[in-house]
Design a protein around this ligand. Sequence first.
Ligand code: CDV
Length: 315
Amino acid sequence: MSRHMKIAAAQLGPIHLADSREAVVKRLIALMREAQSQGARFIVFPELALTTFFPRWWMKDQSEVDRRFFEASMPSPVTQPLFDESKRLGVGFYIGYGELTEEAGRMRRFNTAILVGPDGNVVGKYRKVHLPGHADHKPQAAFQHLEKKYFEVGDIGFKVWRFMDAITGMLICNDRRWPEAFRMLALQGAEIVALGFNTPTENLHYPEPPALRVHHHLIMAQSMAFQNATWLVETAKCGVEDGFRMFGHSVIVAPTGEIAAKTTTEDDEVICFNADIDLAQNLKQTMFNFAAHRRPEHYKLIIERIGAEVTPANG
Ligand code: CDV
């Protein structure tokens, strides 16, 4: 009999600057209950799911940024009720947050996600590797994307966990644009990849139709799931946050590259799908049997070179 697990994307509508952590945790618990009532055992929440998407603002007072947008512990007294509810309901979850940590006498900040087991305990942690945007103030821009200012590049790499009878890996938002990130998880046998995102409807760098941005999001999700033979749950925080719109289109994608479920709103919304985990295994033994078909001896440039350089074979 094949392994099945009902997985859910618990999409969040906007979290405004004025919204308290307590109010957000209440919304997360309501979404968790709704997903569990539909039979979900693993629930994926968005990136930075406890606050507004704060990298859109240039802020100088770091201690205020730390207090308002970062978590010094997870769980904390404010977030503990979410962990208690996961234990009570027996559901696992993924959630993204701003992590503040003191290491070797230095304060460090990461865009982080954790995997929490159905006993309410943290099983694994991932710190976002691909940080988009810029570190400098761009006063002429309609909004900022200051992930390079507020976070360090994640320092714990790409890992998977044997989690609730499926091999599960985590990524965060912009990682979904980089095939290397998925391949790192797939090379460790990932059967489910969980990913939260906050994607502005407007392109900061050049004018782009919003529909094209959604198109890119969907084709990336479908191709990454198929080419790596994994289930993929991508969950948005979306809607108009303090006047800035982000798109929804949270998806659950099958290892065949088919969209199994997709949200239709830009608000709090749950989607679920009963995932056949062995579908991923079957593809890993056939079309995407890495051991049989990959040729890493021809992929050396991928780790040796960062930016593209023109190197014509004929000089
Ligand atoms: N939070 C993100 O990483 N957002 C990026 C935007 C800036 C393009 C994304 O890849 O969706």
